[in-house]
Design a protein around this ligand. Structure first.
Ligand SMILES: CC(C)(COP(=O)(O)OP(=O)(O)OC[C@H]1O[C@@H](n2cnc3c(N)ncnc32)[C@H](O)[C@@H]1OP(=O)(O)O)[C@@H](O)C(=O)NCCC(=O)NCCS
Length: 189
């Protein structure tokens, strides 16, 4: 695997914020900002932050669950605050906090926090090793440790679901449908 500059870099070194005014052209039919538009902004800030840390071109490998718990309105000033939370060999986890400010009232909403896994690549498209993360505060340490735990949980869930798929027995699993809002067709095949 090709190597670039592997001097440790602090979290501060690559902290990145993107702020944008939400225009009507990004709204859905209900007048709120499209979730997909916000995802695209998150992807951009994750790219900028991870590329800064690694000094390399980065691609998005994985996005953890993104829950939009509060709607973002047209006219809100949205900020994406990104920092590298974890560094593996070629991958980095970027934590992104999304806040939306009503510029007239000053009200600030924290709409979600999500985690993007990015991988660094060179000009040939090969993965490259990234600099270690210099942890300078208890918050940096907490985020790094949380990322390790999140990765372990994700692995565990993936393995469990793989096993579930392999051993799926329709007759046995029907009990899971009790009290669910579904109806079994008479000609279920
Ligand atoms: C990302 C990619 C290089 C991984 O390829 P791979 O053959 O699995 O390579 P590796 O096994 O060496 O994995 C590379 C890193 O990605 C991480 N990774 C791979 N799949 C992952 C997943 N589903 N979730 C989180 N991390 C993942 C690995 O843990 C590894 O991290 P590490 O080097 O820090 O240990 C490859 O899948 C790819 O290029 N995907 C397309 C990415 C892209 O173009 N995205 C833009 C949107 S289409």
């Amino acid at each position: 695997m090709p190597e670039n500059n592997l001097e440790p870099r602090s979290v501060k070194y690559s902290v990145t914020t993107i702020t944008e005014l939400m225009l009507p052209s990004s709204a859905n039919f209900g007048g709120k900002i499209h979730g997909g538009y916000l995802l695209s902004m998150m992807d951009k800030v994750a790219y900028a932050c991870s590329s800064k840390h690694s000094g390399a071109y980065c691609v998005t490998v994985s996005v953890n669950a993104v829950d939009f718990l509060l709607p973002v309105e047209v006219g809100d000033l949205v900020s994406m605050l990104a920092s590298v939370n974890y560094v593996g060999n070629t991958s980095m986890v970027v934590g992104i906090k999304v806040i939306a400010e009503n510029v007239k009232t000053g009200e600030v909403k924290h709409t979600n926090t999500s985690y993007f896994t990015m991988v660094a690549k060179n000009e040939q498209g090969e993965t490259v090793k990234v600099p270690p993360l210099l942890l300078e505060s208890p918050i940096d340490v907490r985020r790094f440790v949380e990322s390790i735990k999140r990765r372990k949980l994700k692995k565990h869930i993936a393995e469990t679901m793989d096993e579930e798929k392999k051993t799926f027995d329709l007759e046995k699993e029907l009990s899971h449908l009790k009290d669910q809002r579904c109806v079994l067709s008479d000609d279920l095949s």
